[in-house]
Design a protein around this ligand. Structure first.
Ligand SMILES: [Zn+2]
Length: 343
């Protein structure tokens, strides 16, 4: 099993993020990598490193203004006297893109308010380098699929599925799954994305919301009481040409494997109807019962069942790591999922 991984991903090492207005210890930290690599080793993975990628590749799914902002953020933020250690918004560009146009400021404080969606994406001096390495990992995996591989695991960290074309949010800076899908699409492949992370993949949804050529399907905890709160509802089915090409399957907190499999069957039927040539699996392991986010109650062995159901589609699979946070079972959940997906 080819596993793409770049050690530069370790450079992003934040200590905290905001929960209920309070600074809390950050679960999206480099030790995740060691837990996941241990799973890869047990699954018999062979590591390959990606080549760095430039903004021309990132701009396949990200706005040029956003990339310019991220390239210069750390240096510009710290040119301000008395700025906080991490750039953080104290204003948000409400109403952008949907209700009315908003202006785009030159001020870095204003731009942080424009491009940073929430208090869950701390930005340090090497954050952007780590995010780029994570994106390069997904892009390299996509190229391997184009060379004829039928199964590649992209160990991407930081994750990506909450990042929209011009917004960082929820530990995510670059949308790795969307980038991989778009690279495959540009090469002429019909692609669907199945997001099994416990959180709705709102960034991925946003990037493809108006399009019929890439199907997006997400199974996740009901946003009525779970991050990202404003997206992930069943009514979000796509817009314009994209109508009918986004499927959200929200489930109650605490959902266990039987009810999960019913939703998964619906998801896989939709994917089957779309008839992709390659399926991108946005693989969040935070559906595990002992994940610190406590969204679902999926046991370690259940991951093999879930992987097996997906494998029954008999499609080439590009598996992109999304969430899944330090817990005793994190590595074992990955081993079990990979085993099922390769069955
Ligand atoms: Zn998640």
């Amino acid at each position: 099993m080819i596993t793409v991984f770049d050690d530069m991903q370790r450079l992003h090492n934040p200590s905290s993020f905001l929960v209920a207005g309070k600074s809390q210890p950050m679960p999206e930290r480099p030790e995740r990598i060691d837990m996941l690599l241990e799973g890869v080793r047990r699954a018999g993975g062979r590591l390959v490193a990606p080549k760095p990628i430039g903004n021309e590749t990132l701009s396949l799914v990200h706005d040029a203004r956003y990339l310019a902002f991220m390239d210069t953020l750390w240096e510009r933020w710290h040119r301000q006297p008395d700025a906080a250690e991490y750039p953080a918004p104290n204003i948000h560009a409400l109403g952008r893109s949907s209700l009315a146009p908003v202006g785009y400021p030159d001020s870095v404080v204003g731009q942080v308010g424009y491009h940073v969606g929430d208090g869950s994406c701390p930005f340090m001096d090497k954050t952007w380098d780590a995010a780029r390495a994570s994106a390069a990992t997904a892009a390299h995996a996509a190229r391997l699929m184009l060379q004829g591989e039928r199964f590649v695991y992209a160990l991407c960290r930081p994750p990506g599925h909450h990042a929209a074309s011009d917004v960082a949010a929820g530990f995510c800076y670059i949308n790795n799954s969307a980038l991989a899908a778009e690279i495959l699409h540009r090469a002429g492949k019909r692609v669907a994305i199945l997001d099994i992370d416990v959180h709705h993949g709102n960034g991925t949804e946003a990037i493809f919301y108006d399009r019929a050529d890439i199907l997006t399907v997400s199974i996740h905890a009901d946003p009525k009481r779970f991050y990202p709160f404003f997206w992930g509802y069943a009514e979000e089915t796509g817009r314009g040409a994209g109508e009918g090409y986004n499927l959200n399957l929200p489930l109650p907190r605490g959902t266990a494997i039987d009810d999960y499999r019913c939703a998964l069957a619906k998801a896989l039927r939709r994917v089957g109807d779309f008839a992709p040539e390659i399926l991108v699996v946005a693989a969040g392991l935070d559906i595990a019962v002992d994940d610190p986010f406590k969204g679902f109650a999926i046991a370690t062995d259940d991951f093999t069942t879930i992987g097996g159901d997906i494998a029954d589609l008999k499609l080439p699979l590009l598996v992109v790591q999304e969430g899944g946070y330090p817990s005793p079972s994190l590595g074992a959940s990955l081993v079990a999922l990979l085993e099922g997906l390769r069955s």
